[in-house]
Design a binder for this molecule. Structure first.
Ligand SMILES: Cc1ncc(COP(=O)(O)O)c(C=O)c1O
Length: 398
């Protein structure tokens, strides 16, 4: 049997054809495919604007930078989750802000309005907070109405990290459209895949404009499509005609992307409903097959609103069933596993300076960070592979 990967990407005839067109066109840097995927992703998510960048991490960094230069925020602290892929916290720190962590829900791994509210209530100086950055982890949507009520009370803005939630819904709306701005990652293991690609979505044209500038080293131009060669560039009106592509009024990064990734993402987007349904079906099937292990293993709660990134398992008795041994045996049986990221301030070495402050204060995130792991539930898994996963789990937890 083929190895059972956490995520798989199968490139078919459509992708080959699109990539062939790009090669034939001679234009591989940002062009028509990037613009088209921006339009289609904004439509899919339900926002006015979408800017593509070379990764989800870049989208987070550029999005926060835009909030700073656009003066949408003025505090220095950011309420966020300790249990996520580390990019979320890194982006906060790389923008000179300080992450402040609240604990997560034990079943869905996401932060809640109750814990955010309790944190802000306890604070002597809530005005030192700039924003809230929740993550819809593993596709589980955060309670954004509840979050909204809390942030309004304290005058914060919300930037939702939807990197792992392509197509998840909250009260009928897709994640990514539920706050001021949001990022997505189309990394290989995600539901809509493109290798390395990210997006920033928002309803605010000014934020989109700033992100477009920041991702191109802060250059003056902010048109979504360059019209300079047509003679219609707005800057051509300037008497001394400074070339706006080489004039910079902000300090930024090179976070631009390429046509190939956008072409692959466009092909994947056509299959979005199928991908989401297949993943939900696989979660249902695995949950059913693992019912006999309910006393030793927590399986992911099923909801038709969740676009599952992976299949998360929480070991209930880690002394008897240490994660390292379980994962080793799974890998031995040809099934890839991943830890559930780790509790950033207490379990990630790069965050060692946060350890003393948070030790023992985030018990759920710490437990999940050490005792939870995930395996694939992706659209390409066969019934035989799903059955092999379930029977292997039943064997290793015997
Ligand atoms: C929650 C979250 N945020 C941000 C990112 C960063 O995305 P990328 O890997 O595309 O940089 C990821 C990537 O997996 C993620 O899971």
């Amino acid at each position: 049997m083929d190895p059972i990967r956490v995520g798989d990407l199968i490139l078919g005839d459509e992708e080959r054809e699109a990539i062939g067109k790009i090669i034939d066109s001679g234009r591989i840097s940002e062009g028509p495919f990037v613009r088209r995927f921006e339009r289609e992703w904004a439509k899919y998510v339900g926002t006015r604007e979408c800017v593509l960048l070379n990764s989800g991490t870049s989208a987070l960094i550029a999005g926060i930078a835009a909030l700073k230069v656009g003066e949408y925020i003025d505090g220095t602290r950011v309420v966020t989750t300790p249990l996520t892929y580390v990019a979320t916290s890194n982006a906060i720190i790389l923008n000179g802000l300080e992450p402040v962590y609240v604990d997560v829900d034990p079943e869905t791994f996401i932060i809640t309005p109750q814990t955010v509210s309790a944190l802000l209530e306890e604070e002597d100086d809530p005005s030192s907070f700039a924003m809230l950055l929740p993550v819809h982890l593993m596709g589980y949507p955060c309670d954004m109405d509840g979050m909204d009520a809390v942030v309004k009370k304290y005058g914060l803005v919300t930037f939702e990290d939807s990197a792992q939630a392509h197509g998840s819904r909250y009260k009928g709306k897709r994640t990514g459209s539920l706050s001021l701005l949001s990022d997505f990652s189309f990394y290989i293991a995600h539901n809509i895949q493109a290798g390395e690609l990210g997006a920033l979505v928002t309803d605010d044209p000014n934020i989109a404009r700033l992100v477009r500038k920041i991702k191109a080293n802060g250059r003056v131009c902010d048109c979504s499509v360059c019209v300079r060669s047509t003679g219609e560039c707005p800057h051509l009106r300037d008497e001394d005609d400074p070339d706006p592509r080489f004039t910079h009024d902000l300090i930024g990064y090179n976070f631009k992307t390429m046509e190939f990734q956008a072409a692959i993402a466009l092909c994947q987007l056509q299959k979005a409903d199928w991908i989401l349904e297949r993943r939900q079906e696989n979660v249902r099937r695995l949950n059913e097959a693992l019912e006999p292990l309910a006393d030793v293993l927590a399986t992911p709660p099923f909801s038709p609103d969740v676009s599952y990134l992976a299949y998360t398992l929480v070991i209930k008795d880690p002394k008897r069933f240490p994660r390292a041994r379980i994962c080793r045996e799974m890998e031995h049986a040809g099934i890839e596993t991943r830890p559930l990221f780790g509790c950033i301030p207490t379990q990630q070495p790069a965050y060692a300076s946060y350890r003393d402050r948070y030790k023992g204060r985030l018990p759920v995130a710490e437990r999940l960070g050490s005792d939870a792991f995930y395996v694939g539930c992706h659209q390409y898994l066969s019934e035989e592979q799903l059955d092999h996963m379930a029977s292997t789990l039943r064997k290793v937890f015997r």
